[in-house]
Structures are given as structure tokens and as C-alpha cells.
Write a protein that binds this ligand. Sequence first.
Ligand code: GDP
Ligand code: MG
Length: 706
Amino acid sequence: MSYKKTINVALIGNPNTGKTSLFNELTGLNQKVGNYPGVTVDKKEGHSKLQSNLKAIITDLPGTYSINPTSLDETIVLKTLLNSKSEKTPDVIVVVADVENLKRNLLLFSQIKDLEIPTILAINMADQMKRKGITIDLKLLKKELSNEVVLLSVRKDPDQGIKEVKKAIIKTYNSAKAFPLCNVNNRIDPAYFDRLKEINPKYSIYELWLMITQNSFPDKISEDEKKALLTFKNDSKNLKKYQHKETIYRYQKINEILKKTYLADRSKATDLRAKLDKVFTHKIFGYILFFTVLLLIFQSIFDWASLPMDLIDTVFANLSSYVNKTMPAGVLNNLISEGIIPGIGGIIIFIPQIAILFLFISLLEETGYMSRVVFLMDKIMRRFGMSGKSVIPLISGTACAIPAVMATRNISGWKERLITILVTPFTTCSARLPVYAIIIALIIPDKKIFGIFNLQGLTLLSLYILGFITAIIAAIILHKTLKIKNTSFFVVEMPDYKLPSLKNVFFDVIEKTKAFVFGAGKIILSISIVLWFLASNGPQAYTDVEKNIIEKTVSQEITEVKLNQMIASAKLENSYIGIMGKSIEPLIKPLGYDWKIGIALISSFAAREVFVGTLATIYSVESDDDDITTIKQRMASEVNPETNTKRFNFPVGMSLLVFYAFAMQCMATLAIVKRETKSWKWPLIQFVGMGVLAYICSFVVFQTLS
Ligand code: GDP
Ligand code: MG
């Protein structure tokens, strides 16, 4: 046969699918292959022999995601396609797809098919399938697409791939007509598209649709035809709506087909991501790694937050005394310097810890690691009636239960979410730390065991563990007793690993910190003011209290500082809170506490950290030695008059530690729980339940130890 024919073949596809590589193999030319966009900026042409009597001019087009162009590169592709009824335009199009992103690639394929141009689908990078755990039913895919499909790897096995691509091109060229894949027009509004078709039957419906939506026309179209088409553009409302429907329908169709023919089974993959996944979700290493990460996070929280926290503490203390000295004495002075400023300080002081904690959580989420943790922990957490996602709130609870309760919002099952909310306050929040620190210092000797472990540190660690274990036990009990139907089942999206976006992390931290300041801050502030009122007012006039003290001490020689401390202490004793403390003494005596501890307990029902400050005020008068100034020393020298031994001995200290570990002494958390559960029922249950537990456990501890 001497007759030789030349056809046009265009390579189209998403960027980086291997079009240029395929072009080079087909033509023997050497185009620059680059894995960054914009390398193939214009179309390049080359010759390829398909058969002895059939030659092809191959065109390598720039990468494009769809034929709705958003860049110059993509406009070139659209222009080429719309001119397909002229001579130099493609007889056959090869859509080059990348096997890993087949779904996205098929969108472009479906659009090109609808232009009714003969097309073959070349799925490249087959060599990656094993590593990524991908399998394709090629035969069924061909059938579903009613199209030639070639699976190849240009890089690993070019010869075989090229042979098959050539075969498919010839076959497609010879088989007469091309059919649309999606028939979007019938799905959207058949009447509308029939009218469109009537205007110009020369073009396919989809071509006409592209002309009006993309405002791009074939070179050969006449002015009259163009004008008639443009009338459709005036109906911009339908145009937008139909374009939207078109995309939705295309993806529906693609999903349908891929569901039957394409499987990406991550558990069979062997790539780096799969290897990392295996380590991160490993039955042993996964946990070891996670707890190491947690340990590092806690370490950094305490290391980094202590400096700004001390700073905030000092600033507010100074501000308080400054206002107290400069403002005219009176109720307003006291309200501001003793109520409002310490109240605001009590909110601000938590910001460093909360911000640092959420910085880490946000980083872990952004990198993709957190999803692996959620996956890893889900198996365990399910047993306790929670979900893998409960891990984040439970960890956050170590900074503050308020943001932790807010962080339960992404738990999908209501029962799991409720249980997480209810048990989170058991985790050791930072407000417990000052209480723990001082009591541990009083009752646990500062010595090392086995030469490395500090006994006091170990005690603190056991209190953290106690908090977690109690949370877990409480969750199991709630899981068994709560009669709530659970509808959620576990689906975790495992995103790819990536470097965190600092912008996302930054805004995440800002938002969560703001949620704390404005969500809990208001409540903390108002309760501080109420407490201030109860602590600085009493049924007896304070001037009388003051006079009594002065009269009692006139004969003694004491410093002015000492006198003021004694007055403050007497005032507190005679305040409403003081009276409450005294009246609960019979109730708390079995736990080893006297009315002074009672006062501290009541005032710390609003916020635990108040405990230390209150005791400091009460004990200010007890010692006669002027050298003893720190709170710890004052507490250490406090004597129980009934037994003549130290008040803060081992049994009392342990009983207090247990009480603070279990009791729900945080009004702000209760308020947040009310907001999140939309009822007072749950915070009430929480308050009573935790209180009863604290009482019983402290009772048992004190009675067995003493
Ligand atoms: P284009 O943007 O579509 O023109 O794609 P290129 O031909 O420039 O190729 C993009 C990247 O994919 C290059 O780094 C190629 O080496 C690589 N590549 C091409 N074909 C294959 C293949 O079959 N397997 C693998 N693993 N990589 C390939
Ligand atoms: Mg290229």
C-alpha cells in the first residue's frame, strides 16, 4: 500500500500526568520533562508512525484540570478543542490521566467525551499502583466508559505502553462515531438544550454550551451564529445554575463508575505514607510514640508557660496594689482592686497554657498526625463509651476543662460527646496545680528514690494518672447507665501528611484562646466579684472587727504589717464566707479539715486556685515568728489544737489532694457544660456526682491513714 494517511492526535490531561513523557516516547523527540506547572507552555508537535500506512502528528498540550479555562494554558486547550471541526485539529484525543488521582482526571475526560471527539483514556503511572494499594478493573472500566482505556507506565515500561496506546488510537480512529459520556443536557433541562441545539446543529450540544459559558468561539463561526448564541448568555441565572448542576452530575457519574472499577486500599499500600501510617497506628509503637509526644508537649507547656504566667501574676498584683493605694479608699476601691483586677488576672493567667496547648494540638492536626492518633485511640476509647476524637478534649483538659469541653464539638455521636464532656473535668487541669504543689511540698519529703526519681514529682505524676483513670472509670459507668441511643459509627478521614500552614495554626490558636477568654472569662469574672463580696462583707460591721483586734493587741508589741495581717484574717473569719466555713465544719471534720480549710474549700468552689490565697490570708496571724512569711511556712506551722500536732499532716494532706482531684470546683466549667449540653441537668449531675465522690474518697483516705 503506497497510500499514506496522516491524522492529528492531541495529548491532553492534568498537569504532571506524564503527557510530555508520553509525547517524547511517541515521537522520539526530546521535550523537557518537568514536574512543575507551566513547563509545557505552548503546544509542541512531533510525528509518530502508528502503522505502516498511518502516521500521526502528535500535539503535546499544556496541562489543564478542566476545559473551563482559568489560565492562558487552559485557554489554549479549549481553543484547540473548539476548533476540532477544522482540518488541523485532533482526530483523536489522548487523555493522559494519573492513576493516583483518577477521579479528578476523569472530570476532564468526561468533558472531552461530551464534545463527541474520538478519545482514548491513557492511565499513566501504573508502576505506582502497588505502592499506593490501587487496583483497577480495566475491562469493566472500558465497558462503563464505552471507551478505549490503556493502563501504562511511560517511565517504567515505555515500549509496552506505547504499543498499546498506538493500537488504541488506530482502533478509535477507525471506529466511526464518538458518543458523549454524561449527556448532561438531558439531566439538567432537556428543553433548554434542545433550543440551544436548534440554533446551530453543526456543533454538538456540549460545544455550544461551552461557547456560551466560556465565551470562546471556533474561528470559523459566523457572526450571525455567534449573535444567536449570545442571546443565551443573557439568561445568566440559568447559566450559573446549570453550570453548577453540570459539575455535580459529572462527579456523580464518575463516582458511580469508579465505585465499581477502582479501589485504593490504603492498608495494602507500601509507600512512605503507608509506612508512616503503620508506625503511627502500630499496636505498640503507636502508643509509645503518642505518649512520648504527649510528654514532650506537657514538658514544653510547663517550661514555656511559667515565665509569662509569673509575669501576668506580678503585673496584676502590682496593678491591684497600685489602684488600692491611689484611689480614694472605699467600696469602689475594694471592688476594683480586690474583685475586678484579680478576677481579670485570673482569666488572663490561663492564656499562656491554653495558647501553647492549642498551638501543639493545631500543629499535630495540621501535619495529619492527629488523625492517626484518633484512629489508634478509637479502638480503646470505644470500650469506654467514647470515640477516638475524645482524646483531644481529654488532653486539652490538662490545661483547662473549658476549652476541652468546647473541643468536644467535632465528636459526632451525642452519647460519646456527652460522656466526654462529663468526664473531662476529672483530668488534672492547671488550676489544680498550685493546690497540689503546696500540699505535696508540705506532706511529701523532698527526696530521690532510686537516685533519679523525685518523690514529689512522682506524687504529682500519680495525681495526673489518677485523674485520667477516674475519667475512664466514670466513662465506663456512664456508658453502661446512660440510656441514649448511639447512632454514630467510626469513619476517620486519613489526610496526607503535610507541613503545617503557619497561618492556619495561628488563627486556630487565636480563635480557641478567644473562645476561652470570652466564653469562660465572663463567668470567672462575675464569680470573682461575688466571692469578693462574700469574703469582704459580713453580718458584723468590719469597723468593729478591726477595733476588736486593735484593742486586743494594744498591750502587745507587734509591727504594723503584723497588725494588718491580723485584721485581714479577722475580717475573713467574720465574713459571709467565713461564717459558711464555720457552719460546714461538722460536715468536713470526718475528712480531717477544720473551719479554716472549710473557708478555703468554699471559696475555691468557684475556682480551685483560690485555695492557696485564702489559706494565706487566714493563717497570716497564727505565727509569732516574723521570719516565717511564705504561705508554705505558715501552713507548715499551723497546729491542730485538739491533737497538738501539725494541721497539715500526711492524712489531711492526702485527703485534700484526693478532694481536689475529684470535686467539681469550677463554676466556669459548669457554665460551659450548660452551654454545650443546653440544659442544667448535666452540669448539675456533674457537680453533685463529683462532689459526692470527692467526699467519700477523702473520707476513706483520711480515716484509713489517721
Ligand atoms: P506533564 O506535566 O503531563 O507533561 O508530565 P511530565 O511528562 O512532565 O511528567 C511529570 C512527572 O511525572 C515527571 O517527573 C515524570 O518523570 C513523571 N512520570 C511520567 N510518567 C511516569 C510514570 O509512568 N511513572 C512515574 N512514576 N512517573 C512518571
Ligand atoms: Mg508537560
